[in-house]
Write a protein that binds this ligand. Sequence first.
Ligand code: CO
Length: 292
Amino acid sequence: MMNDEILENYKEAGKLASKILHEGAQGVRAGGSYLELVDSVEDRIRSEGADLAFPLNVSLNEDAAHDTASTGDERVFAKGDVVKFDLGVQIEGYVADTATTVDLGNNSLLLDASRAALDAAIACVRPGITTGEIGAAIEHEIVTRGYRPVANLTGHGLDQYVAHMDPTIPNIAISGGTVLEEGMAIAIEPFATTGSGRVGEKTRVEIYSQISDKPVRTPAARGVMEKVRERRGLPFSRRWLNDKKAGLALISLCRSQILYGYPVLSDIPGSLVSQHEHTMIVTEDGCIVTTR
Ligand code: CO
């Protein structure tokens, strides 16, 4: 359900997310510290009195999503890198989810493909359209530019304290799909790739979320869960726990299906992936993009 107060929260979160995403993107330089940039963007959100809907995702080159800084992360950005920033801001639980890509090489055409696909998708959004038709518009823009859309990553619905829910919005044409309705909050996020068009899981896991509320036995796991409960189900990063011994507790909490770990998702080695994303509210005759 959508009312004026909820819409105001979505808009406020969107405005802040847009501003800080672009400030952060401008801070990417070859030789710059990955960890310092992630920390500074996340601190900016908190200093504005808002909260993160999920850890800042900064995914490089063939990595499409779900990477973020680890504690003591020593990586630096390099010439040639394609750097995806995916930022989630929440106000009263209402989420703005937005992403952009920074090119430290000569990949402007790849970036244009995901940007044009997002614009084409947004132009389609209104009550009555299906998510399959939106996926077709995305696929068309990317394929005609000589790249592949990532078929197994999708846009998604949003709700209070929920960063991912139905409907899924494919980045390829599918038959049918969900019919959009007025008042829905959705995020559309096309990915364009020079690789296979499918992502797989790497072993690296830095982002987690709580998926059930079962009793926890060990003191270490109890300590982790005390911090995690404040997230109300929204994702968090291992770095935020500020606890060198959290690693084993996280593994056992995932095994007990209390937490879920999000592996870094990557196309084939040596490929490059770009991403652009906006959040929008479906209106009577179109949509309001909250993150522009
Ligand atoms: Co998203």
